[in-house]
Design a protein around this ligand. Structure first.
Ligand code: NDP
Ligand code: 8X3
Length: 252
């Protein structure tokens, strides 16, 4: 019987690439996101290969999340992999110049949205073990950098939530992974830079950044390890990215 994966934020980047990766391996898909036309296009492109259920969804909307999970068609109720991918960063200004609405949106999406989806789907995953939750955290969870403030903190939440979930789910057939990528080329930075294409090009120019397909390969690998293996956390950077010296501001 075909397996089923639910992916949040499947309209772009890692989520879309993951949908294609799982579909290429015969998995049925539940694809979600706010831009329904993109979900339709993705489903159309996979027609004939596998079964796709589309759910237009804002992960911040508690009743919509519950409605989506409670109303999964029978054929899709055997979902055994959740890719908690929907998320975003807004802005790169220092905290004292940041927009409070941006902070709220990041917390509502990356923290609250991810927990709403997890809470709603956990009973189903526990019924369909071996199951896997792959949570998209970030290198920003592990390493501080200027302008990361709430984004990095939201991803640190995702990492620790993943570890804490492991404690509850150990022995219950549900694995949990915190995936922590570094620089990856996707719409993510266009969203973060408020649509500024020049800034986007400057960031990725010559950087040979990770690609969404690289992350999709890793997500698929994590989810298809033998059932006795749990990848707790996995940090990945492009070869061209590394840490740098701490900044020291000298008093004159
Ligand atoms: P993209 O911007 O390419 O895609 C983000 C996806 O999240 C879109 O499909 C978007 O769909 C969805 N999304 C955003 N807000 C919501 C919401 N409120 N409700 C539902 N869906 C939402 O980003 P990436 O693919 O690059 O990033 C995916 C995840 O990986 C994010 O959590 C990000 O923080 C994380 N990450 C990204 C890195 C990078 O360098 N790109 C590195 C490390 C982690 P729609 O707008 O249609 O709703
Ligand atoms: C995205 C990676 O380095 O822009 O999570 O914070 S980074």
């Amino acid at each position: 019987m075909s397996k089923t994966v639910l992916i949040t934020g499947a309209t772009a980047g890692f989520g879309k690439a993951s949908a294609i990766k799982f579909a290429n391996h015969g998995w049925n898909l539940i694809i979600t996101g706010r831009r329904a036309e993109r979900l339709e296009e993705l489903a159309q492109s996979l027609t004939g290969k596998i079964n796709v259920h589309i759910a237009e969804l804002d992960v911040r909307d508690e009743s919509a999340v519950k409605h989506m999970v409670d109303n999964l068609p029978d054929d899709f109720k055997t979902v055994s992999v959740l890719v908690n991918n929907a998320g975003l960063a807004l802005g790169t200004d220092p905290s004292y110049a940041a927009n409070l609405e941006d902070w709220k949106t990041m917390i509502d999406t990356n923290v609250t949205g991810l927990t709403l989806v997890t809470h709603a789907l956990l009973p189903i995953l526990m019924n369909n073990h071996p199951a896997t939750i792959v949570n998209l955290s970030s290198v920003a969870a592990n390493w501080a950098y200027p302008g990361s403030h709430v984004y990095g903190a939201s991803k640190a939440f995702v990492q620790q939530f993943s570890r804490n979930l492991r404690c509850d789910l150990v022995g219950k057939g549900v694995r949990v992974t915190s995936l922590e990528p570094g620089l990856c080329e996707s719409e993510f930075s266009l969203v973060r830079f408020g649509g500024d294409q020049e800034k986007y090009d400057a960031l990725y120019g010559g950087a040979n950044a990770l690609q969404p397909e690289d992350i999709a390969d890793i997500i698929y690998w994590v989810a298809t390890q033998p059932a006795h293996i749990n990848i707790n956390s996995l940090e990945v950077m492009p070869q061209t990215q590394a840490w740098d010296n701490f900044k020291i501001v000298r008093e004159s």
